[in-house]
Design a protein around this ligand. Structure first.
Ligand SMILES: Nc1ncnc2c1ncn2[C@@H]1O[C@H](COP(=O)(O)OP(=O)(O)OP(=O)(O)O)[C@@H](O)[C@H]1O
Length: 265
């Protein structure tokens, strides 16, 4: 369970960009975080994995306080936090398998990491997950030979290789076309259920947030303005979050086709 309490982040001496956030996410809930540009969505996710230092507040993951962890303790805690990025963050010249196995770097010793000698169990897990998301046949291809959607699947598998207790996705579909975006959202949704993993997804597309996640959190100027079910995310909520800032697409995407449980293309 991820529990955020009174989270404040102030960069330098400016106004705080997170102004006392409180959020609990448990089980295999998939939560979307929406809000206008600059609302603090990325800052919030990055505070969780400590890519950004919180100014004050508490973030616990299954009982471990993440704020103020240092050195080895921080590295160990970070292994439990998978992250999926908008720009995929793959090593282009390495193969898909090498990128995927990079998710195990926090677990293997220095010799194994340098020589890229991973335990057989890691390789087996990599194949299982690549198979699951439909990229196993690309295992030996260079990452830069893949399409955007395929690259994001590599990013997802790499994050899952960490054996995470929570998965964070920072605008995972923003670089993808609409159809591929929907496939990635469906994939995150089904993986959360299969792996009993809470997932937090920063997303600009309100329609996709409402369609593919079961809880929507809306931020405005670093404050939580909405936290509820998609069905309750109405025009008032939309106005409260975006009013006077921007007009996101309000149209709900058509219902998703049911995803096959294996080999998503
Ligand atoms: N490293 C930084 N130093 C100073 N200010 C920052 C830094 N990172 C973000 N900010 C500021 O913090 C505020 C929140 O930014 P953040 O990226 O968290 O918002 P966001 O909701 O994720 O926006 P977007 O949807 O555009 O990614 C913005 O005003 C931004 O300029």
């Amino acid at each position: 369970m991820l529990v955020i309490k009174d989270l404040v982040k102030q960069y330098g001496h400016g106004e705080a960009v997170l102004k006392g956030l409180n959020l609990s996410v448990e089980g295999n809930t998939v939560v979307s975080i929406v809000g206008a540009s600059g609302a603090g969505k990325s800052t919030m996710l990055r505070c969780i994995n400590r890519l950004v230092e919180p100014t004050s507040g508490s973030i616990t993951l299954n009982g471990t306080e993440l704020v103020n962890l240092k050195g080895g303790e921080l590295r160990r805690a970070r292994r439990k936090i998978g992250m999926v990025f908008q720009g995929f963050n793959l090593l282009d010249r390495l193969t898909v398998m090498e990128n995927v196995l990079a998710g195990r770097l926090g677990y293997v010793n220095l010799f194994q990491a340098i020589s890229r000698r991973y335990p057989q169990a890691d390789i087996d897990r990599a194949f299982y997950l690549m198979e699951r998301v439909g990229i196993a046949h690309y295992a030996n291809k260079r990452a830069d030979e893949l399409s955007g959607g395929e690259r994001q699947r590599v990013g997802v598998v790499r994050a899952l290789m960490q054996d995470p207790e929570v998965l964070l996705a920072d605008e995972p579909t923003a670089s993808l076309d609409p159809r591929t975006s929907e496939q990635i959202m469906m994939l995150l949704q089904s993986l959360a259920a299969e792996l009993s993993l809470p997932v937090l997804i920063n997303i600009h597309n309100v329609a996709q947030a409402k369609t593919y996640t079961e809880r929507v959190v809306g931020l405005r100027h670093g404050k939580m303005i909405f936290d509820g079910a998609p069905v309750d995310f109405n025009k008032e909520a939309l106005e409260a979050i975006y009013g006077g800032i921007e007009a996101p697409d309000e149209e709900l995407a058509p219902p998703p086709p049911k995803e096959a449980s294996h080999g998503v293309s």
